[in-house]
Structure formats: structure tokens, C-alpha cells
Design a binder for this molecule. Structure first.
Ligand SMILES: [Zn+2]
Length: 494
């Protein structure tokens, strides 16, 4: 089949709003050569079967954690997690900060993390490939066409290096290529278990890296020149990398144009530990010590002060909010009105993959605020006549490109030819006027009705009639084999 070079949409989300009769030209490299509204359907163009949205970037993912989504929702009863008492004979791995770091007797982030480590210690490359293939197919159906992997599961189960040190990274790349989603790999610098700690804990042995390792990994991943694959770098967190580690990596990166991600302020305990060790809160410290810019992505900017928001806004850095995971792990609620008012780029991510739906992340971004502020339409911007769904969606589109290290993103000339076609026959879209289709997608669609009818990545249709068909039109991807491999991996791991 000859490559499709022109698409036509009855409605498409162009320049942040619905516009009618949009003609979309695709060039030989799979990018938009033309995006024009109010155009008649030309002969030979493919008519898309519904209203069209830009694809979204999932800016924060740990693919392996998909393997226990839904499986940590029971309490083991009163417990004292390792964090509470510290490792045997050692100090608290978060550092010597306040003693109330974990709340013993309750399930919280830190007790969840112990369970996550138990899984992380056992995943093989083949299992990671199976888990990621299932996940990435789900992400395409969830409205994402690019995913950023904050990747720290590098080494063998005993902590030694694989023959190819990027074995686990290639498993992720192969999974993404199989289903046809774009992938930004972010090898993570993870060198210590907490502020003031000399190294990692034994159960973190698969994560151990230094700046040189991360930089070499980034270079190799980019040099592979695989389609739809690029690479940036990541720092696990301020507790996971020392000031010297961070400086070493930023020196290696220099002015290179690639994304730099970091977990910044997810848990109040790590903020207290950061203050205890540095005298500053995490965002305060990072903004004071480093000249941040638009390459930097602060993941889980959950706990912030107005001064920190102002400092991040002045730096040009972006934030990545992961509402479903932040809710699932009991992290807390980001200051959405504060970040929006400051104009800080805000991407979304599904992180631990408690959910895989972009519309659900956007919905919870707004609903968290409604619940705590007891208001409606918190993210609305009346002067701009922007409804919450439109404002949050536009924010996610605008911030997604930089988070993934892609120069342009969305339905604009030069960006990769990615799109979603909403299903006009889906329950949530029945009878909805064109101007309310995005609101319905975010606020009224259940999981089934939110699935796009089609998803295109780089000018190829990878989801058709709501099913993932993958990038090869000659050999459509089938869910059954991948689903069986995923279930087998889970059975082996559980
Ligand atoms: Zn994370």
C-alpha cells in the first residue's frame, strides 16, 4: 500500500481549538507538511472517521510497574516499613532528617516502594519486553503516541551488568517499536539510597549507575538511530543523586539539546530530609544550584511553595504531574492553580500505570482540585474563554514535546504526524456538539468510550476501529499473543 500523504478531518484541534474541515499533509519522513482548516476534501485524501486531536506525550513512565497495577491495593495490616526504622544497624536511608518520615502502622508510599522493589528485583529482560508491549498498546488506546521512560532497571538480578549493558533498555525499545508508539528513553542516574548515604541499599542493586554510565547510555541509544526512539537523561531524585553526581552529569550533558528529568518533590518526607541536609526545599535547592532551562522536567512537582513556583517559572523548566499515581500512592496534590497561573509548562504522565488513559489523568488533575477547594472548573481560564478540559489538554500538548525532547509537537507543520480520532459513536460522544467533544472525552467518557477510534503515529495508522494494529499494515499486530506473554510474565512474577 502506498504511503498515505493526505488526511482530511471533519473537525480537528488546531491552534488549541476545534476547527472545521482540516487538511493534513504528511511528508516522506512522517511529519506534517500541511495543516489547514476550511479545506474541501481533495481527491485521494483519506477521510478520517471522526474529530481529530493531537496525540499526547506520556511524560513519565516506569513500564515494569505495570506488572503490579491493581495488585497492591490491600493492606498487610499494621506494619513498620523499613523506612520507619531504617535498615538494620543503619541510619534512615532518607537521611538524618525528621524521624516521622514514614508513618508506621499505615500503608504509604514507602511501604508500596518495598513491594515495588520486590518486583523490580525479579523482572527479566524477556518479561520486561512482554510487560512493556502490553503497556504501550494500552497507552496508544489511552490517547498517548509518545512515552518517556524514566528507566532505572538496568542490571541483572544480582546487580552485575548484562553483556550488553543496555539489555533492559532495548527490551523497552523493542516493545515500543512492536506496537508503533514513540519512545524517549531516559537512563537514570541512581547512586545512593538517601541524603547522606554512601550508596544504594542491597535491594536497589539493579539500579546502580553514575554520571558516566548514564551519559554513555544516552549516547548509544541515540546513535542507534532507531525509528521513533530518542534519548535524554534522568536523575533519580535529590535523595538518589548527590550534588557531585548531579554536577558530573550536567557537565557531561553541557548544552546538548536533550531532556533532563528528575523526581523532585513527591513525598513530604523527602522534602523534610532535603531541608534537613541542605537547608533548602528540593525545588529551591535545584533552582539555586543549577541554571535550569526548558530541557529540565521536574516530575512530581507535588509539594511546592509560591516562591518555588516563581523560581521554576523564571528558569523555563517544565513540570510533570502524574495525577492517578499521585492519588494512588497518597503523595498529595500539586498546586494546579499556582502552576497554571505562573505559566509553567505542565506535562502529564501515568508513572506507575494505575491507569493508562490520558483523559483520566486530565480528569483527575481537575477533580483533585475540586475536591479540596470545593469549587468547579478550577482550571478554567475565563479571560481566554478556555474550559478546564481545553486548558489542561493544551498544556499537556504544549509541554509534551519538550518533555520528550521533540522540537515540535501537535497538529502543526513540522511536527511528527501523530493524531487521535475520537469515536463519534462512543457512548460519551453521542449527541455531543462539535464544540463539546473534548469536554466529553475528559469528563464524561468511561474507559471504553475514551478509546480513540483511530490513532496515527508518524503518518501510520497504529490503532484502527479501536484496536491496536501496529505500524506494519502488511502484518497487523495482534493482541492475543502479546496478552498471553504479559499474563505469563505476571504469573511468573507474582
Ligand atoms: Zn517515577
Amino acid at each position: 500500500m502506498a504511503a498515505v500523504t493526505q488526511l482530511h478531518a471533519p473537525w480537528a484541534w488546531v491552534d488549541g481549538r476545534w476547527q472545521p474541515d482540516v487538511l493534513l499533509g504528511i511528508d516522506a519522513s512522517g511529519h506534517w507538511s500541511e495543516v489547514s482548516a476550511n479545506q474541501a476534501l481533495p481527491a485521494g485524501a483519506v477521510q478520517l472517521p471522526g474529530p481529530v486531536l493531537p496525540g499526547l506525550v506520556n511524560a513519565h513512565s516506569h513500564a515494569f510497574q505495570r506488572a503490579f497495577a491493581g495488585l497492591t491495593e490491600r493492606s498487610d495490616g499494621p506494619q513498620t516499613c523499613r523506612e520507619a526504622s531504617g535498615p538494620p544497624g543503619g541510619t534512615n536511608p532518607l537521611g538524618s532528617g525528621p524521624s516521622r518520615i514514614p508513618e508506621s502502622g499505615r500503608d504509604n508510599f514507602w511501604s508500596w516502594r518495598e513491594r515495588m522493589y520486590a518486583l523490580a528485583l525479579r523482572v527479566t529482560p524477556a518479561q520486561l519486553r512482554a510487560i512493556a508491549t502490553q503497556l504501550y498498546a494500552e497507552l496508544l488506546r489511552g490517547g498517548y503516541t509518545q512515552v518517556c521512560e524514566f528507566h532505572y532497571l538496568h542490571h541483572r538480578e544480582d546487580g552485575s551488568a548484562y553483556d550488553d549493558e543496555l539489555e533492559m533498555a532495548w527490551a523497552l525499545a523493542d516493545a515500543a517499536a512492536e506496537v508503533g508508539i514513540g519512545l524517549t528513553l531516559l537512563p537514570v542516574l541512581y547512586a545512593r539510597s538517601g541524603f547522606g548515604a554512601a550508596g544504594l541499599r542491597p535491594e536497589q542493586r539493579r539500579f546502580k549507575t553514575d554520571a558516566a554510565w548514564v551519559w554513555a547510555a544516552q549516547q548509544r541509544l541515540n546513535a542507534a538511530r532507531r525509528p521513533l526512539l530518542n534519548a535524554g537523561v534522568a536523575l533519580h531524585s535529590l535523595r538518589g543523586a548527590s550534588a557531585q553526581d548531579i554536577r558530573a552529569l550536567t557537565d557531561l550533558v553541557g548544552g546538548a539539546d536533550l531532556p533532563i528529568h528528575i523526581h523532585i518533590a513527591e513525598q513530604t518526607a523527602e522534602i523534610e530530609a532535603c531541608v534537613a541536609h541542605t537547608g533548602l526545599r528540593p525545588m529551591q535547592w535545584l533552582c539555586a544550584e543549577h541554571a535550569l532551562d526548558a530541557r529540565w522536567q521536574l516530575v512530581h512537582a507535588t509539594h511546592s511553595t509560591p516562591a518555588e513556583i516563581a523560581a521554576v517559572a523564571a528558569s523555563g523548566a517544565g513540570v510533570v504531574i502524574c495525577p492517578s499515581t499521585e492519588a494512588n500512592l497518597g503523595d498529595g496534590l500539586a498546586d494546579l492553580p499556582g502552576w497554571l497561573a505562573a505559566g509553567v509548562p505542565m506535562a502529564i504522565g501515568s508513572d506507575s500505570h494505575a491507569t493508562r488513559s490520558a483523559s483520566e489523568e486530565l480528569r483527575w488533575l481537575e477533580y483533585g482540585q475540586r475536591l479540596t477547594l470545593r469549587q468547579r472548573n478550577v482550571a478554567a481560564d475565563p479571560p481566554a474563554q478556555s474550559a478546564p478540559a481545553a486548558r489542561l489538554f493544551n498544556a499537556a500538548v504544549a509541554a509534551g514535546g519538550p518533555a520528550a525532547g521533540l522540537a515540535s509537537w501537535g497538529l502543526v507543520r513540522g511536527a511528527r504526524a501523530d493524531l487521535l480520532v475520537l469515536d463519534p459513536a462512543a457512548d460519551a460522544q453521542l449527541g455531543v456538539s462539535p464544540m463539546h467533544r473534548l469536554d466529553a472525552w475528559v469528563f464524561s467518557a468511561d474507559a471504553a468510550s475514551a478509546v480513540p477510534r483511530e490513532v496515527w503515529v508518524a503518518g501510520r495508522r497504529v490503532v484502527a476501529a479501536g484496536r491496536v494494529v501496529g505500524p506494519d499494515a502488511q502484518a497487523p499486530w495482534g493482541r492475543d499473543r502479546a496478552a498471553a506473554a504479559f499474563a505469563e510474565a505476571l504469573a511468573a512474577l507474582s
